[in-house]
Design a protein around this ligand. Structure first.
Ligand code: FCB
Length: 467
């Protein structure tokens, strides 16, 4: 049963070659790697506050030092060059650039990204800048955070400041990383910063994040991207047999969660409208008054690239009487199920075929936008053996997902590139430093970097443009 899921439709052996010009890269995010939390005028972010709140982050870990990338970025760019990366996706920290969230820009914060971009370009690596990967300035949270409409306008000001400094050299701009996570883990289940548990605030946050995307898009030039955490939504039985006909109640459960997780963000951004099922749920959670006339016209901007962060499918089934999942207001009567398949150290089931299903569906339903995998990867319990990290499980994970990506391209998906999550082991949010996603190991005591076997394998994939 396990092997059926892992291998269905995928050749696990044999070589595959990606199209000419396929983009290979790796991704990170500011709070997860930079450290230097109080240097050069950086203000506090919601993650500094959250990490300092007892019980929020495993072992009380914080991003104060992280991978010390702020001081070691030249060494890190050297590692990227050695791997042959064409693209490096990183995020700029809003509280470094605008320490109070609004008002004066901090030139020293911009100096860091300026130097990083130059270092990358000097190494022949294209920078992909993400403007928001979850580190909201604390001052803005104190004024209501993403539940406050004004935050969207302050984001556009900040975007303009970053673009003003880097726009002569950076041509690919991503506004947001995973707004679903910002809104529903940050404001509804509360497992991420700022840790609120209000369904109403989560829907306000979701809309204001989309508004922020649209407003920022208007001040950016070049290639515009939006990165979403998208997943195929399936029943447990359907995960085994995609051709399966669903019972009507399961079909309804799948459709509703797909609306909340995927279409709540894709449809406004690409099509200028919310799915009817989402509006009906938001209506029941405090009304639609925050969606003002003209907002959807602002939100719908010409997006060139849809960034997809894929880790696993979302598995649900109808379960009468079940109360709503803490991160899915409106999911009453639906159970979030697990599957008896191998999983990562994060506990996420390993189902590579979910990536091909997702990519093919997106290209079919949204043919107007190019696709790029902006995150895919896995945490495993790595061991250091001498000067090696023999992470065969991560190699197998990446191999399976790249084959799935290749299969999607063969089936017609307009997939332009793949960025592994992550270049470095780093601060994994509520899990702190316990979970390691890097293809490069970081020894947090010495800050020594060590290429894992997966990094060496990935270098070979990039060289051959295939497996
Ligand atoms: C994604 C985040 C990224 C990382 C991975 C594991 O949701 O964008 O920062 O934590 O999960």
């Amino acid at each position: 049963m396990t092997s059926t899921i892992e291998t269905r439709g995928l050749a696990r052996t044999g070589s595959v070659t990606f199209p000419d010009g396929f983009i290979w890269g790796a991704a990170t995010a500011s709070y997860q790697i930079e450290g230097a939390a109080r240097e050069d005028g950086r203000g506090p972010s919601i993650w500094d506050t959250f990490a300092r709140t007892p019980g929020r982050v495993a072992s009380g870990h914080t991003g104060d030092v992280a991978c010390d990338h702020y001081h070691r970025f030249r060494e890190d760019v050297g590692l990227m060059a050695g791997l042959g990366l064409a693209v490096y996706r990183f995020s700029t920290a809003w509280p470094r650039v605008v320490p109070d969230g609004s008002g004066p820009v901090n030139p020293r914060g911009l100096d860091f990204y300026d130097a990083l971009v130059d270092e990358l370009l000097g190494a022949g690596i294209t920078p992909y800048v993400t403007l928001y990967h979850w580190d909201l300035p604390q001052t803005l949270e104190d004024r209501g955070g993403w539940a406050n409409r004004d935050t969207a306008y302050r984001f556009a000001d900040y975007a303009q400041a970053v673009h003003g400094r880097l726009g002569d050299r950076v041509t690919t701009w991503t506004t947001l990383n995973e707004p679903w996570v910002s809104a529903f883990l940050g404001y509804c289940s509360g497992v991420h910063a700022p840790g609120r548990t209000s369904p109403r605030d989560a829907f306000l946050a979701a809309h204001h994040l989309l508004l922020a995307h649209g407003l920022a898009a208007q001040v950016l030039t070049g290639e515009l991207a939006l990165t979403l955490n998208l997943a195929p939504v399936v029943t447990p039985a359907q995960a085994l047999d995609p051709a399966l006909e669903l019972r009507p109640e399961d079909a309804e459960a799948v459709h509703r969660i797909d609306a909340l997780l995927n279409r709540q963000f894709i449809d406004p951004a690409l099509r200028g409208g919310y799915p009817a099922e989402v509006l009906e749920i938001v209506e029941r959670h405090g009304g639609l008054g925050h969606i003002r006339d003209g907002d959807l016209e602002i939100i719908k901007q010409p997006v060139d690239l849809l960034g997809i962060n894929y880790y696993n499918p979302c598995i649900v089934e109808a379960a009468p009487g079940e109360s709503a999942h803490p991160a899915y207001p409106g999911s009453e009567g639906i159970r979030f199920a697990s599957l008896d398949v191998p999983s990562t150290a994060m506990g996420w089931p390993i189902i590579p075929s979910g990536l091909s299903t997702l990519l093919v569906r997106l290209s079919r339903d949204y043919p107007e936008v190019g696709l790029i995998v902006t995150e895919n990867g896995a945490a495993f319990e790595d061991a250091v053996v001498g000067d090696r990290v023999p992470d065969a499980d991560r190699v197998a994970y990446l191999d399976g997902h790249l084959r799935a990506a290749h299969e999607a391209i063969s089936a017609g998906a307009d997939l332009r590139g793949y960025l592994v999550w992550s270049l470095l082991d780093n601060f994994e949010w509520a899990e702190g430093y316990h979970l390691r996603f890097g293809i490069v190991r970081v020894d947090y005591g010495t800050q020594r970097r060590l290429l894992k076997d997966s990094a060496l394998w990935y270098r070979g994939v990039i060289q051959r443009n295939g497996i």
